[in-house]
Design a protein around this ligand. Sequence first.
Ligand SMILES: Cc1cc2nc3c(=O)[nH]c(=O)nc-3n(C[C@H](O)[C@H](O)[C@H](O)COP(=O)(O)OP(=O)(O)OC[C@H]3O[C@@H](n4cnc5c(N)ncnc54)[C@H](O)[C@@H]3O)c2cc1C
Length: 326
Amino acid sequence: MKKIAVIGTGLSALSLAYHLPTLDITFFEKSWRPGGRISTRKHNQYAFDHGAHYLKLDHGIIGLNEYLNKIDAIKVLKGQFCSNILQKSFIEDKEIIVGKEGNESIPLKIHKALHYPTYFSTQITNIESLNNEYYLIAGNEKFGPFDYIFCSMPFEQSKTLLEEYIDYSDMPDIEFDAIWTIMVAFDKRLGVPFQFGYHLTPEISFLMNQNFKHEFFNEECWVINMRAEWTKEYYNIENYVLEDYVINKMKQSFQSNADAVFKKSHRWRYSYAKKSLRDIKSKRYIESIDRRLYSFGDWCEGPSMQDAWLSGKKLAQDFTENSLKQ
Ligand SMILES: Cc1cc2nc3c(=O)[nH]c(=O)nc-3n(C[C@H](O)[C@H](O)[C@H](O)COP(=O)(O)OP(=O)(O)OC[C@H]3O[C@@H](n4cnc5c(N)ncnc54)[C@H](O)[C@@H]3O)c2cc1C
């Protein structure tokens, strides 16, 4: 049986493995958990979806909801949504899909259902080629040989790994925005008339209440995303300075005297691809000339979870058709 290495365990990698026929697949993941940018941070009694917030109900991907329901990974929630808080846009009911026990349920349950062996806390730093076979290097460790290697990380990271084997001179750089996210628990209700919305202030692009998603803490918990331009300007801001700044903005915006009883922040180096490979180059993945090494991820299709799923699905279909049937 062909031996396959998949680098990363984000949604695109999981989708690829799910859509491939049963093969000898091994995952390599630099983090201690699967999911990549879908992450639920748990601190004491609190839980914050501080990566992807939700999957759109109308994502349009056939079979995805059915599969996620089958493995008990998701629930549909109705929340009050404001598309532009600064401009006082109308507050509307909006249905969204979220992970059953935090968004991380989605990758965790898919990964568990797949049953493929996984090396966690294993950052692949190099790919070696010997006698027409490929090996993965992580520090002093060497894994392989593999017939095929699939890299599912953000464009720049996979380019660094694959540059030796793929000619990128004709390839556009796929740029990602960085995003600061802040997680806060307030000791009392802020009196916010919606649960999620865009454009609270010129620096805060999005905020989402966590209580209606997780339902098990008394304090009012929020995840707040800073705007990409602001993050760029304040990329190296100290965490505590950022957290206090945002807490004050929240209190001012909602005229509240609530106190923050918990605060934490995280800078995502890669959040959203500004333009997809499909838009720029009409391609859906990048492959080596021998068609043994592949690079893919949400950035091939767009900036969201459904794009990550689609990217893995599309590559699995083409690979099954073109490489496995030969
Ligand atoms: C703050 C934020 C908010 C978001 N909000 C939403 C939202 O509300 N709705 C939505 O649909 N989308 C949202 N997104 C986007 C969504 O999270 C992504 O589109 C999707 O999760 C990308 O999946 P992926 O598998 O392509 O990449 P990733 O999730 O980035 O997966 C790549 C994986 O590769 C691993 N990896 C990287 N390098 C190596 C290496 N050298 N060796 C081993 N492993 C490696 C990483 O650890 C990671 O697990 C958000 C993203 C962020 C950051």
